[in-house]
Design a protein around this ligand. Structure first.
Ligand SMILES: [Zn+2]
Length: 307
């Protein structure tokens, strides 16, 4: 994917807490409620399968914790570094800022068309651990959305893990799919969808329907990504290639419940434990979003055919 060089970035949509270290966060994962991130819940499940969650400070069995408790890293200044699409083309952090801007630019327009105001949601970059209104979390939960404070949280080490542990191809657009999925949960939160779902797991559970809808919403954004204008009239994203879409589908196929159970869990597929949908379903709903570009096509609650 490529960004338009002369479009301004809005770094206020990202809070960079990577310099603050993970001190004081240790302990078990405490993120709860229906809004836990898809990937987080998956990893939570994997860890459960492997015999329990790691405790903070002791190193992660997933090799994710690059910064230990109390350590600090040089604070990055996104506002200074990430000014335009040209910066996004040259700097990974800035590319993620641009992606977040693009996702929210689309949803702002889409909500406006339906007469509802969109509330901008900040993404927090963290290392090791983070405190949220949903409780404290370590990197091991993966990226997640917290409905209580309407924010997305991500340790960017997760993207490396997708490649090293899940075997994903990676790439910026694959990462954009992950972020767009989390913003799909924000949209669900704003629309009241998340509040209406019942707890539970299983292949046709509300939880799975919510996750597949977030995948579909991610695809809807992708459909509009190169045509959503910014203040200067140009879209932030200049091009998305077929290879980009393939790399996103590749990630979707590796975070399906069956793939994870088979390859990263106990090796046995148990549909009753599904929380996010199978790999095929995740690919299907992301594709539905991309092909239609229409959020109403993402009615995973109103269909008997989840794929
Ligand atoms: Zn999710």
């Amino acid at each position: 994917m490529e960004f338009n060089d002369d479009v301004a970035l809005d770094t206020s949509q990202v809070q960079d807490q990577r310099g603050s270290g993970g001190g004081g966060i240790g302990g078990r994962v405490a993120v709860g409620g229906g809004g836990i991130g898809v990937l987080g819940a998956i990893i939570y499940f994997v860890l459960s399968q492997l015999g329990g969650l790691p405790t903070g400070g002791g190193g992660s069995p997933l090799g994710l914790s690059e910064v230990g408790s109390g350590q600090s890293v040089a604070s990055t200044d996104l506002a200074r570094t990430c000014r335009t699409g040209a910066d996004a083309n040259n700097n990974h952090d800035c590319a993620l800022v641009a992606v977040i801007n693009s996702i929210q630019g689309y949803w702002t327009d889409q909500f406006a068309r339906s007469g509802t105001p969109y509330q901008v949601s900040t993404t927090t970059f963290f290392n090791g651990g983070v405190g949220t209104s949903c409780g404290s979390a370590t990197s091991d939960v993966g990226p997640f959305y917290c409905p209580a404070d309407s924010r997305v949280y991500i340790d960017l080490g997760f993207f490396k893990q997708l490649q090293t542990q899940f075997g994903a191809q990676g790439g910026t657009f694959a990462e954009a799919y992950v972020l767009a999925h989390e913003y799909g949960h924000h949209v669900q939160n704003l629309l009241g969808t998340s509040a209406r779902v019942r707890e539970g797991s299983g292949p046709t559970s509300d939880g799975v329907r919510l996750e597949l809808q977030a995948d579909c919403y991610a695809g809807v954004w992708a459909n509009h990504a190169t045509s959503t204008p910014t203040a200067n009239g140009k879209p932030l994203i200049k091009t998305i290639t077929q290879q980009d879409i393939t790399s996103a589908l590749d990630v979707a196929s590796r975070i399906g419940d069956d793939f994870i159970q088979k390859n990263l869990g106990g090796g046995h597929v148990d549909e009753s434990q599904f929380t996010h949908g199978s790999s095929a379903q995740r690919e299907k709903w992301f594709t539905t979003g991309i092909q239609t570009g229409n959020p109403t096509a993402c009615d995973t609650f109103g269909t008997n055919d989840l794929g």
